[in-house]
Design a protein around this ligand. Structure first.
Ligand code: F6P
Length: 323
């Protein structure tokens, strides 16, 4: 019954995407699928940039960051004629299933491809932001967390030596999941994200209280939110109010690169295998996720309609642990 399946990566890259590609290819071939890789996300589908992937074509990639298939954001695919072209390209190669490694926006596009053209679509969550509903973790999050942490541990050394305040901006355009976990793991004094808005008075009072308890340096983690560089604005406002000297570090795209952690490689491998198994079972419009350590199939409707909630109690934990 297996025919051909294709795999692509879409949206921002994330460490571990290669491990997911490798798993889709090898488990797919194991079960009798012919496997194609689509270059440059949905745009590559429209441009007919498909390459057959055999067992050896994914050798030696499990440890590599980025994505061997490249990634892009395609406007054309989000228009109906674009999807019609994509379906034509897939049909010409007898491809019945498309595995999309990316975020919920990519799954939304994939769902339309299914609704309009009957291509079976299966998602694998891949983003360092860990903001996809229906899965505890997305591929890339653990690596990004560790990358940020390594940088912050270094900054703490110099912050302590100079008795300084540091604001460190981490990625997460829509949500503060990464910032919050980074803050807990780094032992930060405060985590500033839009889900837990603090007034400038609150921020400065907490810093002063820390000084009164004998703190001579502080680390504030800032989630980038809508605007890269927001940490600089916040730091300026803190100086205006409290006169505290500060330094700002924006970790930026360093968090998206690098060799995936063991956890991301294992997660990506399990999700990749889960995607092929779902295809074999005739599933479509599902994301393969991990919930409570179990691999699950979550309907796209729950993923794209949902919002992954942040655990608000953890902000209190940041306060208590940094006292
Ligand atoms: O991968 C997700 C993400 O890292 C966001 O946190 C970030 O704001 C965004 O991608 C930036 O992506 P790009 O620079 O590729 O537009």
């Amino acid at each position: 019954m297996p025919k051909n399946l294709a795999v692509l990566t879409s949206g921002g890259d994330a460490p571990g995407m290669n491990a997911a590609i490798r798993a889709v290819v090898r488990v797919g071939i194991h079960h009798g699928f012919g496997v194609y890789g689509v270059m440059r996300g949905f745009q590559g589908l429209l441009d007919n940039e498909l390459v057959p992937l055999d067992l050896r074509s994914v050798a030696n990639i499990i440890q590599r960051g980025g994505t061997i298939l490249k990634t892009a954001r395609s406007k054309a695919f989000y228009e109906e004629p674009g999807r019609a072209r994509a379906a034509e390209v897939l049909r010409a190669r007898d491809i019945s299933h498309l595995v999309v490694i990316g975020g919920d926006g990519s799954f939304r596009g994939a769902a339309k491809l299914n609704a309009e053209h009957g291509i079976c679509v299966i998602g694998i969550p891949g983003t360092i932001d860990n903001d996809i509903a229906g899965t505890d973790y997305s591929v890339g999050f653990d690596t990004a967390l560790n990358t940020a942490l390594e940088a912050i541990d270094r900054i703490r050394d110099t912050a302590a030596s100079h008795e300084r305040l540091f604001l460190i901006e981490v990625m997460g355009r829509r949500t503060g999941h990464l910032a919050l976990d980074v803050g807990i793991a780094a032992g930060a004094e405060q985590v500033l994200v839009h889900e837990n808005p603090l007034s400038m008075d609150d921020i400065c009072t907490r810093l002063q209280q820390g000084q009164l308890r004998g703190k001579t340096s502080s680390i504030l983690i800032v989630g980038e939110a809508e605007k890269e560089g927001i940490a600089v604005d916040i730091a300026n406002q803190i100086r205006e109010r409290s006169g505290l000297d500060y330094r700002v570090t924006i970790l930026g795209h360093t968090q998206r690169g690098g060799s995936p952690s063991a956890r991301d490689r294992v997660l990506a491998s399990k999700l990749g295998a889960g995607a092929v198994e779902a295809a074999l079972d005739g599933e479509t419009n599902v994301m393969i996720g991990e919930q409570g350590g179990r691999i699950v199939r979550v309907p796209f409707a729950q993923v794209v309609g949902g919002r992954k909630q942040i655990d608000m109690k953890l902000f209190e934990l940041v306060d208590i642990l940094s006292s």
